[in-house]
Design a protein around this ligand. Structure first.
Ligand code: GTP
Ligand code: MG
Length: 246
């Protein structure tokens, strides 16, 4: 049960707010359009989060295993959207925004094991209201910094009055170890004003490789001691996921 609704800046309030009453019609129309666009991404985020929670619940029931450790989600702020559009030198209009910016609705899914990531994606791929728009597998091919995660953009179908709209949601899948590395590396880079010494950058890259090896070894121990998704397969067949192309 939803006990408290956060106050929304609704379209009807637009004309009643003292501060906004003097805005010209063009600006008001732009704000209205932004509110409409933002709400679509919010609905998409909610539906995708529900799908992920349901899958985690399903896996707990059927395989006695929760693949998802935790999730975080956010809607990109207007400042961040504008910064990205400016950086990429896009035209500043809603059509360009919808067509080119896929991470307005974003979910970060932190999994226990590498295998969990690919299993969840496999399960999502079976859902007919979802289609993959883009994948970047930085687990198999990490970024130069050492960053590892799997980024995938799903278009999700949303049902409105009498139309269906496809809205993109970006999901970043990581293990707990990858998340630890990414959070600290981000902080270190930020605190040093993007000025880390070469040696420190190399060290960070090698720590990422070390953590990846730990992830693989933890996965092996897990597989050896549980039944898992595939009914107790104890050989290295689970490594299929690492070579799997989405
Ligand atoms: P954005 O405009 O930032 O979204 O870049 P992009 O669309 O080219 O996406 P990319 O695949 O580079 O992923 C961007 C996101 O991944 C960032 O917002 C971070 O969350 C994360 N990321 C990418 N590279 C790094 C990295 O080297 N370190 C850390 N800590 N995070 C990274
Ligand atoms: Mg992004």
């Amino acid at each position: 049960m939803i006990l408290q609704k956060t106050e929304k800046f609704t379209l009807s309030r637009l004309n009643n707010i003292e501060l906004l009453r003097d805005l010209d019609d063009e600006t008001k129309a732009l704000i209205k359009q932004y509110l409409n666009v933002e709400s679509e991404y919010r609905y998409a985020l909610r539906e995708m989060s529900a799908k992920l929670e349901n899958l985690d619940d399903y896996c707990q029931r059927h395989f006695d295993h929760n693949p998802i450790h935790h999730m975080e989600s956010r809607i990109k702020t207007p400042e961040s959207i504008l910064e990205k559009m400016r950086r990429r030198e896009y035209d500043m209009d809603f059509k360009t925004l919808r067509k080119n910016v896929y991470d307005i609705a974003g979910i970060r899914v932190i999994c226990n094991y590498i295998n969990d990531i690919y299993q969840i994606i496999n399960l999502l791929c079976q859902q007919r209201d979802l289609s993959i728009q883009l994948t970047k597998d930085y687990i198999v091919t990490p970024k130069q910094t050492g960053y590892r995660s799997l980024h995938i953009v799903f278009d999700i179908e949303l049902y409105f009055n009498n139309e269906i709209k496809k809205v993109p949601v970006e999901i970043q899948f990581r293990t707990i170890a990858m998340d630890m590395w990414a959070s600290l590396e981000h902080e270190l880079r930020y605190k040093s004003n993007n000025n880390l010494a070469e040696e420190e950058k190399n060290n960070l890259k090698s720590y990422s490789d070390t953590l990846y090896n730990i992830d693989l070894n933890m996965q092996r121990i897990y597989i050896n001691n549980t039944v898992g998704f595939d009914g107790g397969n104890k050989d290295d067949d689970w490594l299929w996921c690492i070579n799997w192309k989405i």
